[in-house]
Design a protein around this ligand. Sequence first.
Ligand SMILES: NC(=O)c1ccc[n+]([C@@H]2O[C@H](COP(=O)([O-])OP(=O)(O)OC[C@H]3O[C@@H](n4cnc5c(N)ncnc54)[C@H](O)[C@@H]3O)[C@@H](O)[C@H]2O)c1
Length: 405
Amino acid sequence: MKKEINIAVIGLGYVGLPLFCLLSKYFPCIGIDKDMVRVTQLKDGVDYRECENQHNIKMALQRSLLTSTYSDLTECNVFFVCIPTGIDENKLPELEPLKNVCKSLGEILKRGDIVIFESTVFPGATEELCIPILEKYSMMKVNEDFSVGYSPERINVGDDCHRIVSTPKIISASNIESLNVMRDIYSTILDAPVIEASSIKIAETAKMYENVQRDVLIALANEYADFCKSEGININEVTECAASKWNFAKVYPGLVGGHCIGVDTYYLMKRAKDKKQSLNLVQTARHINEAESKKVATRIKDYAVFINAQRILLLGFSYKANTPDCRNTKVADVYNELKQHCLVVDCFDPLVDTKKVSKDYGISIIHSKEEVQTDYDLVVQLVNHNVFNEMGFADATFIKLKDLL
Ligand SMILES: NC(=O)c1ccc[n+]([C@@H]2O[C@H](COP(=O)([O-])OP(=O)(O)OC[C@H]3O[C@@H](n4cnc5c(N)ncnc54)[C@H](O)[C@@H]3O)[C@@H](O)[C@H]2O)c1
């Protein structure tokens, strides 16, 4: 174990901010984000993305520093990388953020330092993409001068039951010494077990498998829902019954958005393509889940015609319940599809940042309850935010997404 650990957490988003708050309870810690506005807001205790609760941010700030400047990290010797790994418009991995961080870290890396990646990547990315950049810009050699680790993050946005502290953590490293340091750090901050993978690639591939498995299972649920509909029965009751068996995976049909499940499968598919390895089931699952938005929109449209509804209100815009996170939300697709059919459609979501939605999606969202008009004919709840439970729509027909599938 290194005598003195000085940590830097790079990327203060959904993954990095909670990790920074937790690590700073036990270790000297600096948080860095290239977004200066984000850093300034966090310094004031403001977290519009709601990645972490106010109390934890306040406590962390009493102990630790935040910055946007990599030269502030020169005293640090263990670096946790939590930056985004999204996809571009062609659904290919967007690796620039990861490459940029490796370059910035390479420029400040010292002998004995450890760089631990927590971002989700395709198998082989840490060793084939990240290490060469770190080596190039540090002019040092991995395992001779510095070390690298990989430990995938598994938190679930908006889910208070599965937090960092209570979730088992897979760790892997380029050498045994750095694996030992990782074990010590994660065992210190977590209440959950730390699982050692025998290689970095095993840990990367395990994380991919977790998310791709969910993508495939949801695709199966979506397909099975169509089959149930053709039989005139409801998938939800079928699922409840089937789930009484011990080894049934209880997964419901629905829209697969967000930055993880709807994205990570593309990382795996790209890697498999490069390796000339077919992934037919995975590919089909992705197609099924991508087609779900159009299916949902068609069902809403057909239902609107059936009940002669002219004005439709969609409830929820974020990619899932109880989070303001709108990355890759499929509600946008449903909304745009309905608009194409010249229906009057509004969307109400009190959790999301409406300015950001307008900028990213060109959609104007109703944010306050008071602005919601009362003359809708049809209200469709697409996202199960708890705040919607208290709202009544006496004069409109009200349905939930699950009733459409
Ligand atoms: N959000 C989740 O629930 C979740 C769960 C498991 C894994 N992951 C994975 O964790 C990683 C991070 O995801 P996230 O949701 O926290 O992303 P995020 O977008 O919420 O946060 C990432 C932060 O990194 C910053 N950043 C980007 N480039 C930077 C750079 N060069 N230097 C410093 N900061 C930089 C951004 O400004 C942003 O604030 C991704 O790989 C994601 O797939 C996310």
